[in-house]
Design a protein around this ligand. Structure first.
Ligand code: FAD
Ligand code: SF4
Ligand code: SF4
Ligand code: SF4
Length: 612
């Protein structure tokens, strides 16, 4: 092919441009008057540290690995957040905006600013704050589209019996997740571990949720048992404080961590536990430990100590292990099968549980000490209390635990029918009040085909009441009549017959310093007619089994025994304590105490062996 030859003078033609105005803009000019970017421009990042919880989800999604989470020493290490913030490497960032789209709190955004000129490469590695890279935080550029979300913010709905069925039934009302529901719920978790610090037992929540997602329930069961030997009970009754800090809860509904735990144990047959868990017992020393009280704390200590190879005997006053929930917790919330499932695995490890044996009556603590190296006491707050008001000594005025136990024994077919009132007044606004009210309402409906249960609390609104919101909502649906903001004056008794309770209006529950110090309007009163009253005003411990010298030398403040962080009782090195008598107020704190005490007891026994 012939190509035309270029003229010899062709290069010289370029000289003509010397006199023309350049079309490119000098850098200095751009810096002085940068052109404003379009509305959805993906410029530099800004991050509101007041909102950012350091969950690291932005870092996980970044397709170019441009985000590194950086620990910030000055940040407090508190529940619900991690002391770290995202840093962006602008050498890698492709400005895709995915981190902004997924940010769990909405703290991460982008401005319209797009210029950063520097010879220092370190300045391209930047930890965004609210100030932005050059202190220019407005105008905002790319922000998350409110119509679509990379996070799944809605919780899987749990099947629960409708109120018309519930109000005449003691059968467990929450049905549990199906496999499809559990996997969908698990898929919402961003595996940030934020919840684990808040769980008193520090369960490895993100791990077992992932096990559900990958349908590996056997590993899930192993993950549960690393820190909690009562998963069937906790999967139903745990106070689930972890869910209050769940990262997804910042913009949507928190992950149903408690129900997911239950899903694992509901779907593995009990007789497969020993084979699946296949736990190794490491016998470090020949030592015996006696445990007083087979509640969550005692059972948890027994489990962890038995894995250490110690010989464990648990002494329990009642006819079955489980603690106060086993004789007080209503079966529509906690079926017997849940405790049986958890306890039978603990027993399979060689733990001996002796029921119907009250320490201090059937056997003394000194006798136990003579037979054992260490004693762990976890006897709970198991004495009901009544208010010392006029008429409270009437035989139809009950404390919460007495009536709950009577009702439970009857429902189990193990006790006589309790007195079923036509109208019941429950005094108190906590979860125990709800258990009493909702249990008696069921018995009334079964007996009389109608119910009348009044719950009166000092707290003046449902928000102030200590009971869980679910309990209040479900109680209302079943027919419980709530009267917030009333304090009892006296129980009205006429000719020996209980007639009702006189209440006065409560105008303030706590004083300015946050102390419980109720104030009343004496001129504003009501009378609620009733033929039974239950006072749910807290429980008390019973330390009569502790020998006098120990009672004298042990520090007990507001009913709680003082121990070191491993549950070792101050001044009595062979005595450990845990659960409600040390911390409380729930099952999972008892489980955590049992675990800690097992570690302390192990250290104590090993130190003694070494000193021999
Ligand atoms: C009605 C009710 C409902 C509750 N609901 C919930 C809930 O939904 N979720 C939650 O997390 N928590 C709940 N709690 C609180 C929870 O039950 C307790 O925090 C937890 O059981 C404490 O465990 P523990 O092992 O310390 O003691 P406990 O469970 O009280 O167990 C102590 C055990 O020691 C035994 N014992 C006592 N003295 C002796 C003795 N001298 N000799 C031998 N045995 C003895 C008792 O019989 C008992 O079995 C509820 C409590 C009540 C009362
Ligand atoms: S996703 Fe949002 S809240 Fe979580 S670390 Fe990143 S910026 Fe912070
Ligand atoms: S904009 Fe995209 S590439 Fe840049 S840091 Fe965010 S996720 Fe990573
Ligand atoms: S349950 Fe919530 S807080 Fe816990 S790991 Fe999952 S997303 Fe994070």
């Amino acid at each position: 092919m012939n190509t035309p030859e270029k003229s010899f003078f062709a290069p010289a033609r370029a000289w003509k441009y010397l006199s023309k105005k350049p079309v490119t803009v000098p850098m200095e000019d751009i810096l002085i008057t940068p052109r404003e970017a379009s509305d959805r421009y993906r410029g530099f990042h800004i991050n509101d540290w007041g909102k950012c919880i350091g969950c690291g989800t932005c870092s996980k999604i970044c397709p170019t690995d441009a985000i590194t989470m950086v620990e910030i020493e000055e940040l407090p290490d508190v529940e619900g957040s991690k002391p770290q913030k995202p840093s962006i490497d602008y050498g890698r960032c492709s400005f895709c905006g995915l981190c902004v789209d997924i940010c769990t709190t909405g703290s991460l955004q982008m401005t319209k600013e797009y210029l950063h000129i520097s010879k220092d490469p370190n300045t391209f590695f930047f930890i965004p704050t609210e100030e932005g890279i050059h202190g220019i935080k407005k105008p905002l550029g790319y922000v998350r589209d409110e119509d679509s979300d990379l996070l799944d913010l809605e919780r899987e709905e749990m099947e629960i019996d409708p109120p018309e069925i519930r109000k005449t039934s003691f059968i467990e009302m929450v049905k549990g997740f199906s496999k499809e529901q559990a996997v969908r719920e698990a898929s919402r978790c961003v595996e940030c571990n934020i919840c684990e610090k808040t769980c008193p037992a520090h369960m490895n929540i993100a791990d077992y949720i992932k096990d559900i997602y990958t349908d590996d329930l056997q590993t899930g069961l192993k993950d549960l048992y690393k820190t909690n030997p009562l998963p069937a009970v906790c999967g139903r009754m745990c106070t689930h404080k972890c869910e209050t800090v769940c990262t997804i809860g910042h913009r949507g509904e928190p992950i149903a961590i408690r129900w997911l735990k239950r899903y694992i144990v509901d779907n593995i047959p009990q007789d497969k536990y020993p084979e699946i868990l296949d736990q190794e017992v490491i016998k470090k020393a020949n030592a015996k430990v006696a445990i007083v009280g087979a509640g969550p704390a005692g059972l948890s200590a027994a489990y962890f100590l038995s894995l250490m190879g110690f010989e464990i005997t648990v002494y329990e006053e009642k006819n079955r292990p489980g603690g106060v929930l086993n004789y007080g917790g209503p079966s529509y919330r906690l079926p017997d099968s849940a405790f049986e499932q958890d306890v039978s695995y603990i027993k399979s490890l060689g733990v001996k549980i002796i029921t119907n044996t009250k320490v201090g009556k059937d056997i003394t603590l000194e006798e136990l000490k003579a037979k054992n190296d260490v004693i762990f006491v976890s006897t709970g707050f198991n004495k009901g209390r009544k208010l010392p008001i006029e008429g409270s000594d009437h035989e139809k005025v009950f404390d919460s635990l007495t009536i709950l136990e009577e009702m439970k024994n009857y429902v189990r077919g193990e006790g006589p029918k309790p007195y079923i009132p036509k109208s019941l007044v429950v005094i108190g606004g906590g979860n125990v009040a709800m258990d009493v009210a909702r249990s008696m309402l069921r018995l009334q409906n079964l007996e009389y085909k109608k119910s009348e249960v009044h719950v009166l609390s000092l707290e003046r609104s449902f928000d102030e009441m200590p009971a869980d919101e679910d309990e209040i909502v479900e109680g209302k649906e079943e027919g419980v009549i709530f009267h917030p903001g009333w304090g009892p004056v006296k129980v009205i008794v006429e000719n020996g017959e209980l007639k009702g309770v006189l209440f006065r209006k409560c105008v303030e529950v706590f004083d300015k310093n946050g102390r419980f110090n109720p104030k009343y309007d004496e001129n504003n009163t009501i009378t609620i007619n009733a033929d039974m009253v239950v006072m749910t005003v807290g429980q008390a411990p019973d330390y009569s089994y502790l020998p006098e010298d120990i009672q004298k030398n042990t520090k007990i403040e507001r009913g709680k025994i003082k121990t070191n962080e491993y549950g070792q009782v101050e001044g009595v090195p062979w005595l450990f304590a845990g659960g409600d008598i040390v911390h409380g107020p729930d099952i999972i704190h008892g489980v955590a105490d049992g675990h800690k005490a097992a570690q302390g007891i192990d250290q104590y026994i090993m130190a003694k062996q070494l000193s021999k």
